[in-house]
Design a protein around this ligand. Sequence first.
Ligand SMILES: CC(C)(COP(=O)(O)OP(=O)(O)OC[C@H]1O[C@@H](n2cnc3c(N)ncnc32)[C@H](O)[C@@H]1OP(=O)(O)O)[C@@H](O)C(=O)NCCC(=O)NCCS
Length: 142
Amino acid sequence: MKNIFELSNQDYVRFYSFNQDKIIWEAHCQWFTKAIHNPNILFYILETDTKECIGQIRLQCTEYSSWEISISLFQQFHNQHIVSRALKQIIEQHHSLNFLATVREDNISSIHLFEALNFQKTQTTTINNKNFYLYQYTIKNK
Ligand SMILES: CC(C)(COP(=O)(O)OP(=O)(O)OC[C@H]1O[C@@H](n2cnc3c(N)ncnc32)[C@H](O)[C@@H]1OP(=O)(O)O)[C@@H](O)C(=O)NCCC(=O)NCCS
């Protein structure tokens, strides 16, 4: 729980989030406990062979039966294709599901990541005065 708290509060993670405020520990504990017990959330913690937490991938089922992806990785593990390999496996395991991701327009690594996995950019939306792209991955993309 503490690793995910630290990761979620990294400046670059807050920067690309909808809400850029820092997260307080008590709110994180409540959120995390609910999230890991929520059947509408698939919560993956990425670890090294020695069980060091390096990141997280979360899928939350939306009201439209698509699974919204949220990912973050500690900075020292960036640009090694760890997330793209993990996400590819998750998509293959859940091949009958539809996925979506909302990515800030200046989030270059996430845009590369989702486009390389054949997500299609379908819409632009503004959240808290920032522009985001909506990426979708449906059975048609497969
Ligand atoms: C999103 C995030 C998990 C990606 O992690 P990552 O380890 O860099 O991802 P990968 O290495 O698997 O893929 C990143 C791709 O972006 C490319 N990339 C990264 N930085 C880049 C840059 N500045 N310019 C161009 N391409 C860039 C990489 O080369 C790679 O592309 P490739 O597969 O064609 O080589 C990480 O950046 C992160 O934690 N960001 C903060 C949280 C966030 O933005 N989450 C997304 C919201 S859903």
